[in-house]
Write a protein that binds this ligand. Sequence first.
Ligand code: ADP
Ligand code: MG
Length: 343
Amino acid sequence: NSQLNGSYNFENYIEGDCNRLARSAGYAVATKPGTTSFNPLMVYGGVGLGKTHLVHAIGNHIKSTWPEKFVLYVSSEKFVNQFIESLKTNTVQDFANFYLLVDILIIDDVQFLSGKEKTQEMFFHIFNHLHQSGKQIVMTSDCAPPKLKGLEERLLSRFKWGLTADLQSPDFETRMAIIQKKMQADGIDIPNNVIEYLAYSVDTNVRELEGVLISLIAQSSLNRKEIDLELAKNALKHIIEDVETEVNLDFIQKTVAEYFDVTLDSLKAKTRKKEIVTARQVAMYFAKEFTSHSLKSIGYHFGGRDHSTVIHSVQTVSDLIDTDKKFKASIQELQKKFKVKTG
Ligand code: ADP
Ligand code: MG
C-alpha cells in the first residue's frame, strides 16, 4: 500500500508563476524517477500552498507508469511514530528493512523531524542507502532547508544534493484558474463575477480558498439558491475569521467617506471631482497601509481601478503629508480610528 491519495494529480494541479519550478521539477522526477539530478527533490513553502498535493501527484504518476515500483508516501509524523513504536517493540531492524525496500520515498513535512535525533539518524541511514541505489527521494518542508532548525547538519547537506524548489502564494490569475477548475470538477456552475470576487478576496493560500468554496457550495444547496455574489460574500464571512479583527476595506471606505463628507458610492465611481478624488486617494492610502489587500485587490474594490492608480494615489497622499501641514493633521486624526481598530 503506497498511501497515495489518488485524487491529487498533475492534471488538477494548476500551474502558475507561484509553483512553476516546483511543478516542472516534480514532473521531471515523476517521468524519470531516480535518474534526474533532482534527487532528492525538496519542495518547501507555507501552509496550504500545495506541497502535499504536488508530491502525491508525483507518486501517482510514477505508480501509473510503473505499477511494479514500490512508491511510498509517508508523513514525517507517521515516520517518527512508526520509529518510536519499533523502538518499543524491538523491531527497529524491521522498520529499517521496510524502508530500504522502497523505490520512491516521499516524505512530507520533514520539519517535523526537528529535534528528534534518533529518528534523524535512522532517516539519514535510509536516505543514504536509497540514494546510493538510485532510488528517488522526494521531501517537503514548511521552510527553506537552511532555516530548518533542529535538523542535523549532515542531513541538511544531503538535501542540497538535489533540487530545492519553493512554492509561493498563488497570484490572482492562478487563483481564478484554481476556482474554475475545482468548480468544474464538482460540476457546479459559478458566475464569473463570483470567481473574480473570491480570487480577489482570498489571497492567502489555496486551502483557505477551498474552504470558502466548500462553504459556498454548502450554502447554495442549503438555501436552494444559485451561487451569486451575495452568497459568496456570506460564505467569506463565515470562513475568514480575521475579517472582523483586521481593519477591513469597507470600514476604511466608510470612515474616509464620512470624514470628507462624500458618499461611499462616489469613492467607487468614475467621478473626477476634486474633493472626491482626494477622499478616494486617502482611502486607498489607508487600505494599503492597514489591510493585507494587494494593490490589485485595492483597485478592484475602488470601482475596478488599475493597480497603477493605487500606486499613484498612495504616492500622492504621501507627498501631500510631507508638504501640507493641515493635510497631515487630518490624516493623523483619521489614522487613529484605524489604529484603535487594529489594537
Ligand atoms: P500544503 O501541503 O502545502 O499545506 P496542500 O497540498 O495540502 O498544501 O494543498 C491544500 C489544498 O489546496 C489541497 O486541497 C490542494 O489540492 C489545493 N491546491 C494547492 N495548490 C494547488 C494548485 N496549484 N492547483 C490546484 N489545487 C491546489
Ligand atoms: Mg501538506
